[in-house]
Design a protein around this ligand. Structure first.
Ligand code: ATP
Ligand code: MG
Length: 406
């Protein structure tokens, strides 16, 4: 069926008052930007929903983009009709007839926001159901497990008829909940963690530590590709590339092989905290998942986490690896993540990394590295290269405008 109208429902319905208004305004702005490839679209915002007039644009193409916009709970192609039972039941018939494949059973579900409508829900169910049955003898009613549910939504101004409800990405409009730094490695996990942070309404800036020339240009390109994929969801993304070779070398010279990963992670967090301060971010997001590797035991997370006072958000901490892989496939980062380019951490990985590092010893080793490690940390921050990535490869502006998304 050639629908001309799409009903878009907003998520997080528990948000109240002024925040609700902000949520809706931000989301509408972000929808417009994400759908800028469809200039014919018109937007009609009412409380808690938006009606999207397609004006000839393809529903399928628009739907594909809508599915990835955060804050959208669900959406439906709908037929809008006047508040008259004859018109509504004809629209119902039309919607049903044009379904492909043709359903064998159906049920009518009426919702009345406008209570003054002359027929109550029961009556409407019967009137519409009977009309459909009369005109399509091959269809049967099944109230328990129908092939399709014919929904009649009586609003104040108009009534909407539809069958299909497509799931949106959920979450919050982008950036509504502030900004965080994402520790982005080349692996499977951290891009997923980044997507989850974006979905929760966090703007993210990615931070990647590399050990060039020990790590290759390809390893760097891989991270750029991953960040660019995330920018499909966020419009654009800033990526900070931190030179980490000297710090890693110094750490590996201390002789505490089993603590190398712990120490590296602590310096990564410290540097990220400094970058967060510079860029106005209030948290750090990482892709750790409990028990996955030595640096992700509770003991390790404890000692590593203490090196920064910013909240450390680990959205994957309780997920199984397979769930993370499934998510990576879904968001389109998996194929890049499994490319075999070495990460700075794999290069220096010791044979027996500590699974329960001792904080006192770790702090002593850090003291032992003295001014030198402080100097190298400051230098790494200074020499950090920052690039802004966009999905279409067009460089973004370095400075964000207040309402910017792309
Ligand atoms: P991933 O698949 O995300 O690399 P992983 O299972 O390989 O995770 P680790 O290598 O222990 O796990 O890394 C744990 C987390 O630390 C990563 O998810 C990421 O957030 C961060 N991290 C690791 N290496 C780097 C790096 N080179 N640059 C930035 N962050 C990193
Ligand atoms: Mg990794």
């Amino acid at each position: 069926m050639n629908y001309d109208l799409v009903l878009v429902r907003f998520g997080e319905i528990t948000i109240k008052g002024r925040n609700r208004n902000r949520f809706e305004k931000m989301l509408l702005g972000q929808m417009k930007t994400a759908l800028k490839a469809f200039p014919a679209l018109e937007y009609e915002r009412t409380f808690g929903r938006v009606y999207l007039h397609l004006n000839g644009a393809s529903y399928e193409q628009v739907a594909e983009r809508l599915r990835d916009i955060f804050g959208i709970l669900s959406f439906s192609p709908v037929v809008r009709c006047l508040q008259e039972i004859e018109i509504i039941r004809d629209a119902a018939l039309q919607v049903l007839r044009e379904l492909s494949p043709a359903p064998r059973t159906f049920k009518v579900s009426v919702k009345r926001a406008w209570k003054e409508f002359p027929h109550d829900t029961m009556e409407m169910n019967q009137l519409i159901g009977a009309h459909v049955l009369r005109n399509t003898p091959e269809l049967k009613v099944d109230v328990r497990k129908p092939d399709i549910e014919l929904k009649i939504d009586v609003q104040y101004e108009n009534t909407y008829v539809y069958c299909k409800v497509e799931k949106g990405a959920g979450g919050f409009p982008l950036g509504m909940n502030g900004k965080a730094m994402l520790l982005l490695s080349g692996g499977i996990d951290s891009p997923v963690a980044g997507w989850m942070a974006l979905r929760k309404g966090l703007e993210i800036e990615a931070v990647h530590f590399h050990s060039y020339p020990f790590t290759s240009e390809q390893a760097k390109d891989k991270v750029i590709t991953l960040a660019r994929r995330l920018s499909y969801y966020s419009g654009k993304i800033k990526l900070h590339l931190v030179p980490f070779t000297d710090i890693q070398t110094l750490i590996s010279q201390t002789g505490y092989d089993s603590l190398i990963i712990t120490l590296m992670r602590r310096y990564m967090l410290r540097i990220t905290e400094a970058l967060a301060e510079k860029n106005g971010a209030l948290a750090i997001v990482a892709g750790d998942s409990l028990g996955q590797v030595a640096s992700q035991t509770l003991g390790s997370m404890n000692v590593i986490g203490r090196s920064s006072s910013l909240p450390l958000l680990r959205p994957l901490v309780m997920l199984d690896k397979q769930d993370i892989i499934d998510a990576a496939v879904k968001i389109g980062t998996f194929d890049t993540s499994i490319l075999p380019f070495e990460d700075c951490c794999t290069l220096f990985v010791p044979k027996n990394p500590a699974i329960n590092p001792n904080l006192n010893i770790v702090e002593r080793v850090e003291k032992y590295m003295g001014d030198e490690i402080i100097r190298l940390t400051d230098r790494a921050i200074q020499e950090t290269e920052t690039i802004v990535l966009t999905e279409d490869g067009i460089p973004g502006e370095a400075e964000e405008k207040e309402d910017s998304w792309f």
